[in-house]
Design a protein around this ligand. Structure first.
Ligand code: ZN
Length: 505
């Protein structure tokens, strides 16, 4: 039996291997199925939404907005392969490739703001959501429209005169009132900023031109006269609209010999920096002294001046002056309004009417330079209404040397005397006093003072007051005496001696 081999024993060996193999396959299959079931059960299923395009979108105000949409997948954590980020849908086809996405949006580009677009998708009872941020904004700057006026130009050195502009913004509307204009180096720069902080700009170059010639004024007029022995003082002014005062550029052709009677012609010309020219001509007549030529041998001249009138005695004085055919000067005031018509009579008789003061109140007129010239102009208004023309001659109350003005304004006389010259006015003091403002109060006293005073001057400017009866009374005798002595009486003009005292305040 030991060496015997039965066929059945030989055939059984392959069956064992087969069984083992099959068993292993079965076990592996069962393990695989179990693993599969296990993985399926522990997987977390969900709907994922992928927003197409940017998560945050900026849209310009009033521009159309089209949403780029979104896609959804039904997926699970275990299938969240790295490739997911690349959004390759083939990885997900095996479940449910694309659940339908519902979009909710209230984006309104007619209104600035931040909006949310919501996306929702559902699969197998799972819901997925996502959103996108849409910002409707205004990034467009306002527009400035510059208006132009035909033939508009700016004088050199002058500020630009606005021709006009408007500004509008797509969102804010009319912003014209918010425009800021700044002029710099011949250019006007405009800026305007809307509520969203956008700034619009514009600029324009200023066109400079000057088409107006300077204004050439001959102080004293186109025809003036003076007497032999007076001093010719030319006075003129040139004001240009662009250059300002160009008096120093005036050229004068011709000359006046104030020692020789005759008619002289002066030609004035001035050019502004743009080449605009102005011309003027003046005739100057130098006259022989005529009031009593036969007796005018000494060449001594008396300028009688009367302050503070007209008053109750002015008419009497005018009669006396007429009696001797003598002309004088009146520095008038508003002290006696009742006699104001005398101003017209003074002028009509050939006397010089000049400004003294309207109020004669030191505390008012010397309070400031403005106050002084205001009072001055008020008096000159009266002179103009009485005589038809304003005077350029005047006398300061108290004279230019007064110190009483220092009580009201320090240094005011220094300023006023300077301004007088700038305004083309001539002020007079006196070198002989009749004494009638104090000390003397009789006709004989006034007479004596006048006689003594003129004896020591070739050209006497006598201070008198025609509101003093004794002064007016004294004139008859004084004029008679002076004419006999060969003196000549003249009214003041801008060529007469000014007899300035000197300024003390
Ligand atoms: Zn006075």
């Amino acid at each position: 039996m030991k060496n015997t081999t039965t066929p059945s024993q030989v055939n059984k060996k392959p069956n064992i291997f087969l069984r083992i193999l099959l068993t292993l396959v079965l076990i592996l299959t069962l393990l695989a199925v179990a693993a599969g079931v296990f993985l399926f059960v522990i997987n977390k299923w969900y709907v994922q939404i992928h927003v197409l395009g940017e998560d945050t979108v900026h849209v310009e105000y009033q521009e159309p907005y089209t949403d780029a949409g979104a896609e959804a997948v039904f997926t699970g954590t275990l299938f969240d392969l790295p490739a997911f980020d690349a959004w390759s849908s083939k990885y997900y086809d095996f479940v449910d490739s694309a659940p339908a996405v519902t979009v909710k949006s209230d984006v309104d580009t007619q209104s600035l703001g931040t909006y949310l677009v919501s996306y929702e998708a559902e699969a197998y009872g799972r819901i997925g959501t996502a959103h996108r941020c849409v910002i409707v904004e205004d990034t467009t700057p306002p527009e400035i429209h510059l208006e132009t006026i035909e033939d508009h130009y700016t004088l050199p050195g002058h500020p630009y005169e606005e021709e006009g502009y408007t500004a509008s913004d797509l969102h804010d509307g009319d912003l014209t009132d918010s425009v800021k204009a700044e002029e710099k180096d011949g250019v006007v720069y405009y800026t305007v900023t809307d509520a969203s902080g956008n700034t619009g700009t514009a600029s324009r170059e200023i066109f400079y031109d000057d088409r107006t010639p300077p204004e050439l004024t001959l102080n004293g007029g186109k025809k003036v006269s003076l007497y032999v022995g007076e001093t010719w003082r030319d006075s003129y002014k040139a004001i240009d609209d662009a250059d300002g005062d160009i008096t120093d550029k005036v050229k004068v052709k011709g000359s006046v010999d104030d020692t020789t009677p005759g008619t002289y012609t002066l030609n004035y010309s001035v050019k502004d920096s743009f080449g605009n020219k102005s011309k003027a001509q003046r005739t100057v007549v130098v006259k022989r002294i005529v009031n009593d030529e036969s007796k005018a041998s000494s060449g001594k001249i008396i300028y009688l001046t009367f302050d503070d009138g007209p008053g109750p005695y002015t008419e009497e004085l005018l009669d006396t002056l007429k009696k001797y055919n003598v002309r004088a000067t009146f520095f008038v005031t508003h002290g006696f309004p009742k006699y104001e018509d005398m101003i017209a009579k003074e002028a009509a008789a050939g006397h010089t009417v000049a400004v003294h003061t309207y109020t004669h109140r030191y505390e008012d007129i010397y309070a400031s330079t403005d106050a002084y010239w205001s009072d001055f102009n008020r008096m000159n208004d009266i002179i103009e209404s009485q005589t038809g023309k304003r005077s350029t001659l005047f006398r300061f109350p108290g004279g230019s040397s007064n110190t009483v003005s220092a009580n009201y304004s320090q240094g005011i006389m220094t300023k006023l005397t300077k301004q007088a010259g700038e305004k083309g006015y001539t002020y007079f003091d006196w070198n002989v006093s009749s004494g009638d403002a104090g000390g003397t109060s009789s006709p004989s006293g006034v007479y004596d003072n006048c006689v003594a005073g003129v004896s020591s001057h070739d050209k006497s400017v006598i201070l008198c007051h025609d509101i003093k009866s004794y002064t007016v009374e004294a004139m008859d005798d004084f004029i008679e005496w002076a004419l006999k002595e060969g003196y000549t009486f003249l009214p003041l003009s801008s060529y007469s001696p000014t007899a300035h005292h000197g300024v003390n305040n």
